[in-house]
Structures are given as C-alpha cells and as structure tokens.
Design a binder for this molecule. Structure first.
Ligand code: AMP
Ligand code: GLY
Length: 428
C-alpha cells in the first residue's frame, strides 16, 4: 500500500516510524513532514491544509490511504473534500469528517454531545453576545475556580481558569465582546472546575467497533513542577499508574461506549482517532475534552507501545473490520521528553544546527520541529524533538530519555527535568 501522512510534528514522525515497520507498506509519503519523517519515507513540501495540492499528490503517487495527523485539516473538512471528489472518494481517509471533527472544533458542540449521550463531564452553560448578561449569574452559581473556554479552535490557548468571580466576568466580556481569542470566542463555555488527576485515553474507531489504545499523561506547562506558560506538551508517560485496569474499564463503560454509540445515533460516521482528555476525580472519570486526532507528544509513547501492525489496524478502520484485527500492547513503560527551542512557548529562534543525534542508541528520537539545511539537521519549531525510551519502571525509562536529551545539542536547548517524577512518587 502507498500511504500519505498529513502533518509535520513528532506525532507524524511516530506514525511514519510505525507504518514503516508494516509488511503491507510499499511507499510512504509525508506532507510536509520534517527531517525525522524523511528517514521513514518521502517528504513532500505541501501544506496539510492545501487540499488541491494533496489531491494532485494522491493522484500522482497512487496513494491508497491518507492518515491525518493534526486537527486543522479535519476541522476544515479534508475528509469531506475527498468524499465530494469523483476521483478521491474511494481513497480512505483516517480521521473524521467535519461533523465528527466538531467534537474538537466546537466545545459547545462537544458539551451538548456529552450531555445528550450521558457521558460524564462538568456542568456548563454556553454564552454569546445575546445572553452574555446571564453569564455573571451563572458564574455566581459556581464555586471557584471558574473555567472559561472559547468555543472554537484557539491553538490550545482558549481555556482560562480564574479564581476571582469579578475577573471571570471581565474575561467573559473580553472573550465575547473584545474578541480576545478572535472568532473562536464568539461563544464561550463556562463550566464547573473538576478536581482530580488528569490523563488521556485514546480510541481508534471504524464507526462501529473500537480499540482502546494505551492511556498517557502529558506535561503541559513549560516549567519544572508544572509552572509557567502552557505549551503543546513537554513530555509524556504511558501507561499511567493511577489508571489501572478497573479505572480503564469504567472509562470504557461510562465514556467510550456512550461516545461511540452517540456518534452512531447522531448519524456521524466517525473513522479515526478520538483523544479523550479526562479527569480522574476520586476514581470516577469525567471528560474534560475530546480531540479528533492523536495527541502530541502522547503519540510518541502510545504508538511505540502498540505491538500490532498499525497499517493493518488502519485498514480495519477503512473497511469497518476493526473488530477482526489483532491488537496487543506491551506492558513495558514508555516515556518521552520533549526538547524545545530557547524561549518557547514565546518567541524563539530557528535554524540552530543539531549535533549528537547519531550517538543515541537506547532511545528513539522523534523529530517535532526540524528541517534539513544542506547536510545538517536544524531546528525548525518550538518543540524540536521528543525522545522516547522504554523501561520496566518509569525510573528506568526516563533515565534513558534524559541521557539522550543530554547527548543531543543545539543552541538554546531546554527540556523539563521532572517528566514522570510525580508518577514515581505515587503511592510511595
Ligand atoms: P482544554 O483546552 O480543554 O484541554 O483545557 C486545557 C486544560 O485546562 C486542561 O488540560 C485541564 O488541565 C484544564 N481544564 C479544562 N477544563 C477543566 C475543568 N472543567 N476543570 C479543571 N480543569 C480543567
Ligand atoms: N498534548 C496535547 C495535545 O496534543 O493536544
């Protein structure tokens, strides 16, 4: 099979690395890809949202399947674009159509969906300029902190958690009337704050059956001890010690099944990944958000733990035979440490020459933001690498990731030195 992956991050490198191991793979293309994906297939320099250019590429290279990494092309309707085209409509796209992508593209839609289908989540109300005056009363009815979410995609920045009621009311005005997050904040979801420990569960579905993939914990803040600004994710660990088999069973019964059944009931034919952000509240799972894709850097620990052939699973999604597919996961622990550019998540410089990559033997380096400049690998993004390692314990795995993080060098390198530490101390 010839496969095209859309995207250019560590998630897409992990997909490419795994698909390249499949006996069923003939040619792999990644658009636009990075210096890491170039080791697994052929990069093609077109944007993941340039649908006309993607169409030409699919035609030219006889692509048999398209795997979509990021949310942007999905929310913009890449899958619908394929289905509406006489030539492309037979080619499976892994990733939902616009309707399913609304689970991520609109927080108001996803909250309505959860309430309609009995999926546990925080109590909420949505506000627009038409009912903004009721927002203050709703804030007063909740106990702090207050959670305000821009309805639309806001590059991961659209959530505010505020202790003070007056400030929350002012921010509601700011979002709706002053377009603090642009059009994404025309509608604002205000919801109850959930107390607990956060984790992510991933599901692959063909619209009828599903496989629950390994769970992972992400580290979102830039600073040690979960301090400082939010990032795309600074590291991840899988499995998550506080999500044991009994907890995952609860997630399956209370969240995964009603979600899959709800999609069917609502006439949404969903083929792809569902990323469920959860709070474990005293042993009870509650959904914080859905995403219509895999997480980054979670993919860099989840995909390497899957022992089965990913391309075979994706074919199961395409042909709705996922229930027939073999699926197994290693019990070993995977950790990943993200190396970023100095200054990230604020301004940072690119084009720094990377050294030391060839000296890493105990870990798998996934490229997140790199490019080639002549023969050199150079930095080309805020997040530069995700270094994944395996171990029998978190301590073993993370020690390898940190050793490799020290082996790679470029000007301005930074990484969080406490990835996994909170999980090691659990129960001790
Ligand atoms: P989101 O963009 O929806 O993932 O929200 C960003 C982060 O805000 C989440 O990863 C949580 O850490 C936090 N968060 C969102 N909603 C809630 C909530 N209802 N209660 C507590 N924390 C929340
Ligand atoms: N790491 C969080 C995300 O991919 O949304």
């Amino acid at each position: 099979m010839n496969v095209l992956i859309l995207g250019s991050g560590g998630r897409e490198h992990a997909f490419a690395w795994k698909l390249a191991q499949s006996k069923q793979l003939e040619n792999l293309y990644i658009a636009p890809g990075n210096a890491g994906t170039a080791q697994c297939g052929t990069n093609v320099n077109i944007s993941a949202t340039d649908f006309d250019a993607i169409k030409n590429l699919v035609w030219e290279k006889s692509i048999d399947m398209v795997l979509v990494g990021p949310e942007d092309p999905l929310v913009k309707g890449v899958h619908d674009y394929f289905l509406a085209d006489e030539v492309l409509k037979e080619i499976p796209v892994i990733g939902p159509k616009k309707d399913g992508a609304q689970l991520e593209g609109s927080k108001d839609f996803s909250k309505q969906f959860m309430f309609k289908h009995g999926v546990p989540t925080a109590k909420y109300k949505s506000f627009t300029k038409d009912n903004i005056t009721e927002g203050a009363a709703f804030i007063d009815s909740l106990t702090p902190p207050y959670v305000l979410k821009a309805d639309g995609l806001a590059a991961g920045k659209g959530v505010l958690i505020i202790d003070d009621a007056a400030e929350a009311k002012a921010e509601l005005q700011n979002m709706i009337l002053n377009a603090k997050f642009g059009n994404a904040g025309n509608t604002v979801v205000i919801e109850e704050f959930l107390k607990g420990i956060e984790l992510s569960v991933f599901v692959l579905t063909d619209g009828k059956s599903y496989k629950i993939l390994p769970a992972a914990k992400d580290y979102k803040r830039i600073g040690v001890g979960d301090t400082g600004l939010n990032t795309g994710g600074m590291g991840a660990v899988s499995p998550v010690p506080f999500a044991d088999e009994a907890f995952i069973k609860k997630v399956e019964e209370k969240i995964v099944k009603p979600t899959i059944n709800g999609l069917v009931k609502d006439g949404i034919d969903y083929r792809g990944f569902i990323f469920i952000g959860l709070m474990n509240c005293d042993g009870e799972p509650s959904v914080i958000e859905y995403n219509c894709r895999m997480g980054d850097p979670e993919t860099e620990v989840v995909i390497p733990r899957i022992e089965s052939d990913l391309l075979d699973l994706l074919q199961g999604v395409a042909t709705q035979t996922l229930h027939e597919k073999q699926f197994s996961v290693t019990k070993d622990i995977a950790t990943t440490v993200v190396l970023v550019s100095g200054g990230y998540p604020e301004d940072y410089e690119k084009n720094k020459v990377v050294t030391g990559l060839n000296n890493i033997t105990n870990s798998q380096v996934f490229h997140s933001g790199t490019a080639f400049k002549n023969e050199d690998v150079v930095t080309n993004g805020g997040r530069v690498f995700a270094i994944t390692s395996f171990g029998k314990t978190i301590e073993d795995a993370i020690a390898k990731s940190f050793a490799a993080a020290e082996t790679v060098n470029y000007e301005g390198k930074y990484y969080r030195s406490d990835i996994g530490k909170d999980l090691m101390n659990l129960g001790k």
